[in-house]
Design a protein around this ligand. Sequence first.
Ligand code: PLP
Length: 408
Amino acid sequence: MSGEPVRPRPRSVDGRFDPLPEWLGPGTLAVHADRRPERNAGAVVAPIYQTSTFHSPEENSEARGDGQVFLYTRYENPTHQAVQEVVRRLEGAQGARVFASGMAAIAATVLANVEAGDEVVALETLYGGTLDLLSELLPRFGVRVRWVSDGPAQEPESVLGPSTRLVLLESPTNPTLRVHDLARWARAADRVGALSVVDSTLATPVNQRPLALGADLVVHSATKYLGGHSDLVAGVVAGPHKLLERIDRTRWILGATLDPLAAFLLLRGLRTLSVRMARHNANGAAVSEALRSHPKVRSVHYPGSFSPAEASLASTQMQGRSGMVGLVLEGGRPAARRFLKALRLVHVAPSLGGVESLASIPSETSHVHLSEAELAARGIAPGFVRLSLGIEESDDLLKDLRDALDTL
Ligand SMILES: *Cc1c(COP(=O)(O)O)cnc(C)c1O
């Protein structure tokens, strides 16, 4: 094993930045949370530590005296820590960790917390990659998955049992934008001694803070809104130290490390999260409202639009509804395809959360592995088009969307 770095000592990642008041809002935290200029040669902007390894602790004066030891970038790198501090503060968590992708964050979180014989309870409508993790990988290691559809998900108490170890939720769900009662799920999970994990990618900490609602851990695909510019792939997990330390072991073994350059880009993206989300929220509201009555649109999916109960839940659980809108077009999938072809401004591409608007047909991208019956059971109608509205002018977006609808 020569050349291998020594095993890292578990250590806390926070408390090493300039102290900031507790009451600062997300727009301020995103700009200032990772301040520590005296450790960064006085730089206002956190540098990219583009290094794989670090001098051994005996030689590394920077590492002495405060218990902090960087060893090897697969474990931890100062650029990771800057991002983690911003995410930690935005989510109101004890700590946070970055990963090479959202899937890496979700996989490490799940694998760190289950063993053979355990049961995972998961919503039936989750991100496609998460469904694959749960349905393909976990059963090979003796972990059972109990799937919950949107109806029974209203009554989590009747779904969870003594062998439930972990509960995996998304709210709003991708792509149907259903809103689930995160506080009620967290209480139900607590009662049976299970961990509740919320994938909050579609909401962001500007619009929703699952830990404050009682969830144990919150995960994000930082590829989406947190990065915000469709130019990186990354994931994050935030929660209490005790749970993060357990995830660290799995994270180090799996090696799904975020490259320091991508960490720097994520940090730069995060600076503007709050202003971007205000615009995404406004564009989502404008488009969902304007197209609801369009003759070519059968129905609109928008967080809270499913029922009056979900509307009131969304208004208490969320501070904004994001820029995600689902359109169900008259004429099914052929109409959806023609609509995408007719768009001139909105890109036709999977993914979401960037400054540019994107449109995709989930049954042909993120949820391509589901049969027609499975799609129907999850409320994904044949003419379903998912829009991720960017930060463009809402009038320009509406003109492009209406022009494309007019060709149908
Ligand atoms: C994209 C996405 C993921 C996966 O993230 P990657 O960064 O692509 O690995 C997980 N959950 C949700 C809700 C997503 O939209």
